[in-house]
Unconditional design. Sequence first.
Length: 205
Amino acid sequence: MAARKGNRLRRAVETVGDDVGAAELGRRVADNLRHRRKSRGLSLDDLAQASGVSRAALSQIETHKSNPTVGLLWKIAVGLGVPFSELIGEAKGGVTVLRRSDGQVLRSLDGKLESRPLSPAGTSALVELYELRLAARAIHMSEAHAPGTRELLVVLSGTLRMRVGEELFELAAGDSIAFPADGPHAYENPGSSEARYHNVIIYER
């Protein structure tokens, strides 16, 4: 009985922590999006056309009335022509430390893909590092990133079926793959348990 009560309490605390983290991430995204859009002289309609995200959705995100999915953020970043991390982080100078507990997890719309930044915001405008978790037997379709962008994926556990354009690649734990990410690509976990990957995103200079 006490154990069940403790488990319920722990789940409640974790849920509150997730809510607080999502609220903080939403605030940062709203501020960063508004600042970068205005600094480029873009209206909401301009950005909607460039990103493929509706004006209504952009307005909801800017006014912090909704938290965007990882897919929407990628589209917005491409539309603005900025690295993904510029939308989710606060740039800092000098030495920066990112604690595991402080890394805000982004999720796909279906909740089957989780992406957690591993590099502190502002580390580099050209390279970003993420930990990906993909649920068992799940597929995540990714939009094309900015022209010249490449990805390097390392399979930490489980398996990966990577589709790049019309090509399909099968990878196991310890394998890696590098590919141009400025075209359609998809990550699939064909296994019966969650898979983990490290994802390095490299932007063109």
